[in-house]
Design a protein. Structure first.
Length: 261
């Protein structure tokens, strides 16, 4: 019998396959696939059409999916799932104020991210008017952890066995000429991040995107996520990132630790 401290495997008797499949259908919709036909959903999830149809119609009946002729799309009620997470974590208002203070002081965007699988997901964000990437960054945006400053800070916090497992399974993509694509090189990078307490990603995910991040802890030392400052490399130099923005982040990290228990 699986203990409550262990993660269930799909073949465990306590694993609810229907629930997992329903969530998989919801997650199939993203920025590149906001509206899909039944066949497209089946293809994206690896389900057969009959199974995908049952889940889509169930989600439609519950109000999480809308159907317009041949197309399905997520309904606003899906936001309640994310709101439940934010409501259960009362520190969000404190973090949001800190992020807005950062933007007010340096004029750049600042975010809080959490590790979700192999991605970093944006949990809170204060946006500056500058456009940083081709995609719009907002709460809920997912980016590959390996190529982002927040992702590397969070990966560096993993125990050695979990970090090694991540490095063994990850497929590192070549996003720009500066992207790290060798797992051994990434490991050395993450060990350095762990030692120094911050990470910098310089145009590895998107040309011109430069960012610095630190881990954010509460008063008890619990990891809340990572906070960053993201900039345009043409406007902000690497030295400015290190000499001006990193000290600001560290100051705000201490503020978060003193404010959240």
């Amino acid at each position: 019998m699986t203990s409550e401290q262990e993660t269930l495997s799909p073949d465990d008797r306590d694993f609810v396959t229907a629930l997992a499949s329903g969530l998989e259908v919801i997650l199939a919709f993203d920025n590149e696939h906001p509206r899909m036909t039944l066949s497209e959903v089946a293809n994206r999830t690896g389900m057969n059409r009959a199974r995908a149809r049952r889940f889509l119609l169930t989600l439609h009946a519950l109000g999480y999916v809308r159907k317009q002729q041949r197309y399905f799309e997520l309904a606003p009620r899906v936001l309640q799932l994310g709101y439940s997470f934010l409501s259960a974590n009362g520190y969000r208002s404190v973090i949001q104020q800190v992020l807005e203070d950062i933007t007010a002081q340096c004029g750049e965007s600042s975010s809080l991210g959490a590790l979700d699988g192999d991605d970093v997901i944006y949990v809170a964000r204060s946006s500056a008017p500058h456009r940083l990437m081709a995609i719009t960054l907002s709460v809920g945006t997912r980016l590959p952890a390996a190529h982002t400053s927040m992702g590397r800070v969070l990966l560096a916090q993993l125990p050695d066995d979990q970090l090694d497992a991540y490095l063994q399974r990850i497929q590192l993509e070549h996003h720009t000429d500066k992207s790290i694509t060798d797992p051994a090189q990434l490991k050395q990078c993450l060990l350095k991040v762990r030692q120094q307490g911050y990470a910098i990603a310089d145009q590895e995910l998107d040309p011109g995107l430069r960012s610095v991040a630190i881990p954010a802890f509460d008063a008890n030392g619990k990891l809340l996520g990572a906070i960053n400052i993201s900039t345009n490399a043409a406007r902000v130099s690497f030295d400015t990132l290190v000499k001006d923005y990193l000290p600001l982040l560290l100051e705000k990290g201490r503020e978060i630790r003193a404010s959240i228990s």
